[in-house]
Design a protein. Structure first.
Length: 353
C-alpha cells in the first residue's frame, strides 16, 4: 500500500510538473511569437464608460500585437492587489491598471517594480510608487470646464450641486478642487453644495434629492461622472424639472465621460454638457506605453504626436494628458472654454459599435 501510495504521489507530482511546464510553454510561445503578455485589470464593469474601455482594450491589444490576461477588481483595492499577484504568477511582462484608491495601491506597485515589471496606470494617478506612464486627461480641467459652463449659463448667480466622485481618488480630488476654486474665483455669487458620493449612483440620487428638497431654487448640477446620470434624470423628472433649456424651470446639468447616452441626452435637451473622457484612447495609449516600457523605451515631457501633452507630475512619473473636450449642443464657447457639438463625428461616444 505504501508503494502504491508513493506511485500515486509520484504520478500526481509528474502531472503537476507537466501542467506547470505547459503553462510556462504557453507564456514562452506567446513571447516567441512576438506577442508579449500584458496583464490588464479593469477597475469596474458597472458603468457605461468602463464597459466602453473594456470593449476597446482587446481591439487595441490585437493591433499592438499583445496577448492580454485580464481581471476585474470591482472598485476594490484588495482585489486589485490580489489580481496583481495573479499576474505575477502568470509571468506577465507588463501591467495596466486603473486603481480607484490611488493611495492604497503603492505596495502592489512596489512589488511589481521589484520584479522589474513595468506598470501603466490609466485614468488615475497613484499617489506614490513607480509607474512607466500615467495615461489620463487633465482632471482639473474637467472641473474648470464644468464650472465655466454652469457659471455662464446661470449668469454668475444661483445655487448648484456638485456630485463628487471619491476623494480617495486623484480624479475626485482634482475635479472637486478645480470646480470649487473656479467658482470662488470666477463666480463668487454662486453657492456650491458639494456632496461626496464615492462614485455611487444611488448615494448621488439620495443626496441630490435632499438638496433639491431643501433648496428648490437650485439651477445647476455637476456630476463628476456618468455614474449619476440615470438617477439625476429620474429625480428631475419626478420633480417636474426635466424640461427643455428654454423653460424657466430647467436645471442645467453637466456630466463627465462622453458616453453615447450623454450625447443623446444633450441632443434631446435633457442634460446640457459633458466632458468627453477618451475611453478609446485610454485603451490604446495605456497598452502603447506599457509595450514601449517593456521594450526599454522612455519618454520626455512635451507635446506628443497624438494631440496631447506629457507632463512630469513628480520625480520619475510622467503623465500623458489626452484631449478631453467640453461637449455641448451648440458647440459654443463658455467662459472662454471652447466646446464641440454633441453630434461631432470625432467623439468616441458617436462611434461606439
Amino acid at each position: 500500500m505504501k508503494h502504491m501510495t508513493a506511485l500515486r504521489a509520484g504520478a500526481c507530482a509528474t502531472v503537476a510538473l507537466m501542467l506547470i511546464s505547459a503553462c510556462n510553454r504557453t507564456s514562452d510561445t506567446d513571447a516567441a511569437s512576438g506577442k508579449p503578455v500584458v496583464g490588464v485589470d479593469y477597475p469596474r464593469s458597472d458603468t457605461d464608460f468602463w464597459n466602453s474601455f473594456i470593449k476597446y482594450t482587446p481591439k487595441s491589444g490585437a493591433e499592438l500585437g499583445l496577448t492580454l490576461k485580464t481581471t476585474n477588481s470591482q472598485n476594490d483595492v484588495a482585489k486589485l492587489t490580489a489580481n496583481v499577484q495573479t499576474f505575477m504568477s502568470q509571468g506577465v511582462q507588463g501591467v495596466v491598471m486603473a486603481p480607484q484608491d490611488t493611495a492604497a495601491i503603492a505596495p502592489a506597485l512596489d512589488q511589481l517594480a521589484a520584479k522589474k515589471i513595468p506598470v501603466v496606470t490609466v485614468d488615475t494617478r497613484p499617489d506614490s510608487g513607480s509607474v512607466a506612464m500615467v495615461v489620463r486627461a487633465d482632471n482639473r480641467a474637467y472641473g474648470t470646464k464644468a464650472c465655466q459652463f454652469l457659471g455662464t449659463k446661470l449668469g454668475g448667480k444661483g445655487k448648484v450641486v456638485m456630485l463628487e466622485g471619491g476623494l480617495d481618488s486623484i480624479n475626485g480630488r482634482d475635479r472637486t478642487e478645480a470646480f470649487d476654486e473656479c467658482m470662488k474665483t470666477s463666480f463668487p455669487q454662486i453657492k456650491v453644495f458639494g456632496e461626496a458620493t464615492n462614485w455611487d449612483g444611488a448615494v448621488a440620487a439620495q443626496k441630490l434629492q435632499t438638496d433639491l428638497t431643501a433648496n428648490p431654487d437650485i439651477k445647476g448640477v455637476y456630476m463628476q461622472s456618468s455614474f449619476a446620470l440615470s438617477g439625476t434624470l429620474q429625480l428631475l423628472k419626478q420633480k417636474g424639472l426635466l424640461v427643455g433649456p428654454d423653460d424657466p424651470k430647467h436645471v442645467f446639468v453637466v456630466s463627465n465621460d462622453g458616453i453615447p447616452e450623454e450625447l443623446k441626452d444633450i441632443a434631446a435637451g435633457q442634460i446640457d454638457a459633458t466632458v468627453s473622457q477618451p475611453a478609446d484612447l485610454y485603451a490604446k495609449y495605456a497598452l502603447f506605453y506599457v509595450k514601449a516600457a517593456m521594450n526599454g523605451q522612455t519618454f520626455q515631457p512635451g507635446p506628443t504626436d497624438h494631440d496631447s501633452t506629457i507632463i512630469q507630475v513628480r520625480d520619475g512619473v510622467l503623465e500623458d494628458q489626452l484631449s478631453a473636450p467640453l461637449v455641448t449642443k451648440d458647440g459654443a464657447s463658455y467662459g472662454g472654454v471652447a466646446s464641440v457639438k454633441s453630434d461631432d463625428p470625432t467623439l468616441w461616444g458617436n462611434n461606439l459599435s
